[in-house]
Design a protein around this ligand. Structure first.
Ligand SMILES: [Zn+2]
Length: 181
């Protein structure tokens, strides 16, 4: 990573925050107890983003965290602007109460439904969640970066939670019940 690029990620993130009237980024550096490498997190408006690890300087670790945050934020913006969210992606009318229940649940924690995939051959809908709702039953907390998604079975009124974190690759939550109309 050249010095010029190192500067640009933190600058870009700062400019992004100014433009969107967000609080300035708040960095924290983590040094593992063993070894000499650094990793950094950055907080934007209450949301933490973690950079790659294994940097030999705090400054480079902060740049990596800024890069993660900047890319994640601008990716969300692109999806919003392109109108990919919610267009033709609702559950059918007979399951509207289920979609509403899930939407309410994630919105209570600053999340929102990003995408509802058409049902698979077993009638299961995959619902992608974005925003601050990243609660994963596997780690029993919200993930910092990786998103979660729900597999919804409206016939049996249950859903499962899975997530995109590499550590949770094979994890599927216990069945959770949905409201019956
Ligand atoms: Zn997880």
């Amino acid at each position: 990573m050249s010095v010029q690029n190192e500067k640009s990620w933190k600058n870009r993130l700062q400019e992004y925050c100014q433009k969107n009237k967000l609080p300035m980024p708040n960095y924290r550096v983590v040094q593992p107890t063993s070894g000499t490498s650094f990793q950094a997190d950055v907080e934007i408006n209450g949301q933490w983003y973690r950079g790659d690890n294994d940097f030999t300087s705090k400054r480079n670790a902060e740049q990596a965290a800024a890069k993660t945050a900047y890319n994640s934020l601008s990716n969300d913006d692109m999806e919003l602007q392109s109108g990919n969210i919610h267009i033709g992606q609702h559950m059918p009318e007979r399951y509207a109460h289920i979609e509403q229940c899930i939407s309410d649940m994630v919105m209570a924690h600053g999340g929102r439904i990003r995408k509802i995939h058409p049902p698979n051959s077993n009638g299961i809908y995959k619902i992608e969640i974005t925003g601050k709702y990243r609660y994963c039953e596997n780690v029993q907390r919200h993930h910092r970066i990786n998103r979660v998604y729900l597999l919804v079975d409206p016939v049996n009124n249950i859903y499962y939670q899975k997530c995109y974190d590499p550590d949770c690759h094979n994890f599927r939550s216990a069945a959770q019940s949905l409201p019956i109309r």
